[in-house]
Design a protein around this ligand. Sequence first.
Ligand code: PLP
Length: 419
Amino acid sequence: MTTSTPTEQTTGGAEQTRHHIDLTETYAAHNYHPLPVVLASGEGAWVTDVEGRRFLDCLAGYSALNFGHGHPRLLARASEQLRRLTLTSRAFYNDQLGPFAQALAELTGKEMVLPMNSGAEAVETAIKVSRKWGYQVKGVGPGTAGIITMHGNFHGRTTTIVSFSDDDVATADYGPFTPGFVSVPYGDVEAVAAAIDDSTVAVLFEPIQGEGGVVVPPAGFLRALRELCTERNVLMVADEIQSGLARSGRTFACDHEDVVPDVYVLGKALGGGIMPVSAIAADRAVLEVVRPGTHGSTFGGNPLAAAIGHEVVLMLQSGEFQQRARVLGERLEAGLRTLLGSGLVGVRVRGLWAGVDVEPALLTGRQVCEGLMERGVLAKDTHGSTVRFAPPIVASEEDIDLLVTALQAVLEEALASAR
Ligand SMILES: Cc1ncc(COP(=O)(O)O)c(C=O)c1O
């Protein structure tokens, strides 16, 4: 039997790529269908593969890399903490969690935070806290707490979370599912109002649906939802895991309508693209329902995660990244709009975050991404012929222009061969 080491080298460019793809496909479960590129390093908005080819990263780890690959400030803070203390568990206090929690509470305007790791764990936390708040504070009947969710949602992959997904691929053969959820059309406040009953404890929603294809709700929806939740004593729980932390051009996507939810659910960019760091933020009246032993995670709030998360919060304080996402996003939107009617049938942009719908008869989203890859741009399709673009916010104006030019070339080639 032969064994390989992580530094093992094979010869030849394309052979290296083949080698790593074969290893991955043989030994790692096939729960993803990656583009055939093997990345080896990254800096800022750019990544390099094992063949030495450079690509503009227009997925940015589904917005986990808002600050780009290897941001010097984040790397410095992480390496310093790596050498000092990485993990304590919450059986003991550590000197990083308190300052991080305070900074994140201040950024969100909330009184407390509860740190976890992955996004799905933070969503699970929000669900558990909402239910407990429902029983202990609102006073709903035992075992009846209901949560309203939205069609087309994506909140993660746990069994409970896929219980309210309407994506057949994500749910097939994973039942039985968790009860207690009712789903209504996204952006329809009247449907939410009609679905609320005496046992409703929360409305869980994405202020912009990322996986859905960067779907922005109708203007006024967030504000109307805020009013409704207040009026009916239901928690407004905003999953800002993908939309938050500067991606949309504001710190939170809810800021676009000056709305403050009862619970923020955060993840992805909170870990600076270095490690999974997630959290929920809420006021004491909500978060104090959690008592010792009732919820937790071995890694949640670990000192390395807290140090990185704290640095992320500090980086967001000046508004520099939010502003940059707005400016670059305007440039991206202007470029993408020129392609409407020339292969694109839909363009949705919020900050540096775009979803484009390609003429379905022309190309699938996957084919668009393959064509972009050949032109040095990495992106990810979502349903059907929709592709989303979320370059790191540290990208340059030239990078944004390159993305538009590459997409134009892919569409032109397809249009020419369709003629
Ligand atoms: C809005 C939203 N919520 C939750 C999640 C789940 O996060 P994770 O993959 O870290 O569990 C995602 C991931 O894409 C997301 O976009």
